[in-house]
Design a binder for this molecule. Structure first.
Ligand code: SF4
Length: 367
């Protein structure tokens, strides 16, 4: 099939019909990718699956889960003399206890939106009298490009490039959420883009430990429905394993070159997930031998390691206890112009998806 076939209406309806025939009972399926969540809502996929299938929207948006401590530290660094703080656009409006990066920018900090950390290295090369700091947020998918930016900076012998690390390993947080005995899912759609880099070998242990079916899944409507179909088949047959439903992009071992690059510069660390807490071995930090690129060390920023609680009930959403439009702040105190949480401002956030696709339209968002 070519790419447009994965959006083709006939293909979508054919798989939808197969799912209706296969679904024999109730199923809870978690997608753990903001791109998938948006695709499900945007394309009205909840109307194409039986109401007995509940989709749980997991912590799949990297901006939404980014540790608030790191945002505070990024703001602190941005206020220093001759510093340019670079980041992705979605991070600008994420609220923190001391405001957002956008506010810091309006107060005079030199904060620039770039599309890639490699752009930040170019800025460093062109501005040797300034310190260029990249706020490195993201999942396994993005981590290799941060490694590449450090390699490029080394090759150029730059002394003015560093990063704030805020990187996450997705399967570890799924494991953490499922350790709660009150939280139960039957199956998981593993994020296709994460698996293109990391592969899906780590997911076999999760499938076995929690007796769930796992399907690596892409983002187009046909991809997502295929993932759901494979999940239902595994649950029906009580086959607790991993099926690769995104074969055109994902292999079991992933991208070994990207993994080598990642492992050269980063090591596994504990990480605080916004809205969830501290999760062992769920992040990446710079290896000691590359600590010269650690912005927190370079600017003598005191590490902040305590989980910041706030009113945004994201964990309840990640566990399916609440749907975003059932949050008491949704579309009143919390909206895209005045967000209380990152999930309302990020382009991959689940609350922004509900705001965009579920207010005032005919599509089902909750089932
Ligand atoms: S609506 Fe706002 S406050 Fe409620 S969960 Fe979403 S981001 Fe948080």
């Amino acid at each position: 099939m070519i790419n447009s076939d994965f959006r083709d209406k006939e293909n979508v309806l054919r798989i939808s019909e197969l799912i209706h025939r296969k679904a024999l009972g109730d199923y809870k399926i978690m997608e753990v990718c903001g791109g998938q969540s948006h695709s499900i809502l945007k394309n009205g996929l909840k109307d194409l699956i039986p109401r007995s299938i509940e989709m749980i929207h997991g912590p799949g948006c990297p901006v939404c889960v980014s540790d608030e401590n790191k945002i505070i530290q990024a703001i602190e660094i941005s206020k220093k003399k001759d510093v340019v703080l670079c980041t992705f656009g979605d991070m600008l409006r994420v609220p923190s206890a001391i405001g957002s990066l956008a506010q810091a920018k309006s107060e005079g900090s030199d904060i620039r939106v770039v599309y890639s950390p490699l752009d930040a290295v170019d800025i460093a090369e062109q501005n040797k009298d300034k310190q260029i700091v990249f706020f490195a947020i993201g999942f396994e998918t993005t981590a290799p490009i941060y490694a590449l930016s450090i390699l490029k900076s080394k090759k150029l012998k730059l002394k003015n490039y560093s990063i704030i690390t805020c990187m996450y390993r997705v399967h570890k947080v799924v494991d953490y959420l499922l350790e709660d005995r009150d939280f139960r899912i039957d199956a998981l759609l593993a994020a296709g883009h994460v698996c293109t880099v990391a592969g899906y070998k780590d997911y076999y242990a999760l499938a076995n430990k929690y007796k769930i079916g796992i399907a690596t899944t892409g983002f187009e409507p046909v991809d997502i429905l295929l993932g759901i179909y494979d999940c239902i088949e595994m649950v029906n047959n009580q086959k607790w394993t991993v099926i690769n439903s995104y074969k055109r992009a994902v292999s079991e071992i992933g991208n070994e070159m990207a993994q080598t690059m990642l492992n050269e510069f980063f090591e596994i660390t504990d990480q605080i997930w916004h809205g969830i807490g501290n999760v062992a071995d769920s992040g990446y930090g710079l290896k000691r031998k590359h600590s010269e690129f650690d912005a927190l060390l370079r600017f003598n920023i005191i590490p902040l390691n305590s989980f910041i609680e706030n009113k945004c009930p994201l964990t309840d959403i990640y566990k399916g206890i609440l749907k975003p439009d059932q949050c008491i702040y949704f579309n009143n105190k919390c909206n895209p112009t005045s967000p209380m949480g990152a999930a309302m401002v990020s382009s991959e956030g689940i609350c922004s998806a509900y705001y965009k696709y579920c207010l005032n339209n005919e599509l089902s968002c909750n089932n």
